[in-house]
Design a protein around this ligand. Structure first.
Ligand code: UT7
Length: 329
């Protein structure tokens, strides 16, 4: 039997109301609005209020996606939460999401692929759907970076923001939905973006806390160079896997890490500005949430027409990267 056509049937997103502008950051670290804007394109970011957790924001996004697809929580058979900023080290944040949503019949697990997490999770979810194992899956990209950045480190704290985006995967008409995906990893560059302590390498101790090793450390320059190269390669590879070309693309939704990275990739591929939407100026880098939040914004603005060819391309810690190509149903 041929595998069923599957795709994204609805989306939802959630952003905390509290904003931190570049001017606010000027009061916290040695930085300037001008530096942040010209080097990254970011103007403000959202920060989750105290007392709320990753799963809380994920559930908010998921509820909207379920409502938009007229799906009851009990119909969901699998929940994949892409995140590297969990509620707790154990258990998976997806388990809290499952319980809070009331998705009693769903299996649930987390997937850790840094900023590539949502793309990885879609590729995994797609396989479960195409194999016929499940008919409705919830894929969530969520990261609460504000709890994992070092607010004394200007090289990272100005870059990130909190957010959550969700997608319900379901069956779609033949010829629509997911057409191809491509995932890549280069573990030799694992140290370029990491949280050094809290794992078996450096178990939590007074020393690791004092040395601030529980916060994100990044070699920004190395990730920048990698990103500029890998975006075009991942886009082309995804498209090639379904016999399509860049000229066939209607929209390219890129991981939102730096406006210079996005613009350089867009120009290299000769795409128009309106084909490569940006929300980085308002939200900063939300890691696994950046693409699903962007996707949900585009859906709410009715940007996509049925039959449009979309690609999602992400890169991040690992180093990992990946692309998804789909025809909008
Ligand atoms: O989501 C996936 C993972 N992350 C990324 O994709 C991030 C990729 N990398 C980047 O976006 C960029 O590399 C950054 C935005 C992180 C940095 O931009 P850059 O143009 O590569 O700057 P740099 O790190 O080379 O730093 C240039 C200068 C340095 O000063 P000196 O050594 O030239 O005197 C830094 O100390 O800018 C300084 N600097 C800052 N100055 C003001 C670094 N951070 C700041 C800051 N404010 N916040």
């Amino acid at each position: 039997m041929p595998s069923p056509s599957v795709g994204i049937i609805a989306t939802g997103s959630a952003l905390p109301p509290k904003k931190i502008t570049n001017f606010d950051l000027e009061q916290m670290v040695d930085t300037s609005d001008q530096w942040i804007k010209t080097r990254t394109g970011i103007e403000e970011r959202r920060i989750l209020e105290k007392g709320k957790t990753t799963s809380d924001l994920a559930v908010e996004a998921a509820r909207k996606a379920l409502e938009n697809s007229q799906t009851k929580a009990e119909e969901i058979e699998l929940i994949i939460v892409a995140s590297f900023t969990p509620d707790k080290v154990l258990p998976a944040t997806a388990c809290y999401v499952q319980h809070k949503l009331g998705a009693r019949k769903a299996a649930a697990f987390d997937l850790l692929a840094g900023c590539s997490g949502f793309v990885y999770a879609l590729a995994v979810g797609r396989r479960f759907m195409e194999s016929g194992t499940y008919r409705k899956i919830l894929v969530i990209g969520v990261d609460i970076l504000s709890r994992y950045v070092d607010w004394q480190d200007r090289s990272t704290c100005v870059l990130f923001g909190d957010g959550a985006g969700a997608a319900v995967l379901g069956r779609v008409k033949e010829g629509y939905g997911f057409l191809a995906d491509y995932l890549g990893t280069d573990g030799s560059k694992a140290e370029a973006l990491m949280i050094p302590a809290g794992g078996t390498f450096a178990p939590t101790s007074e020393d690791t806390v004092r040395e601030r090793l529980h916060f994100i450390k990044m070699n920004g320059h190395e990730v920048f160079k990698f990103a500029v190269r890998v975006i075009e390669e991942a886009t082309i590879e995804g498209l090639t896997r379904c016999q399509l070309k860049i000229e066939d693309l209607d929209f390219l939704l890129l991981h939102q890490a730096n406006k210079r990275i996005i613009e350089s990739a867009r120009k290299r591929m000769s795409l128009k500005e309106e084909q490569v939407p940006i929300h980085l100026d308002r939200y900063g880098n939300m890691s696994a949430a950046s693409i699903p939040v962007l996707l949900d914004e585009c859906v709410r603005e009715n940007r996509f027409k049925k039959g449009n060819l979309l690609a999602f391309v992400a890169f991040g810690a690992g180093l990992t990267w990946g692309s998804i190509v789909m025809r909008w149903a």
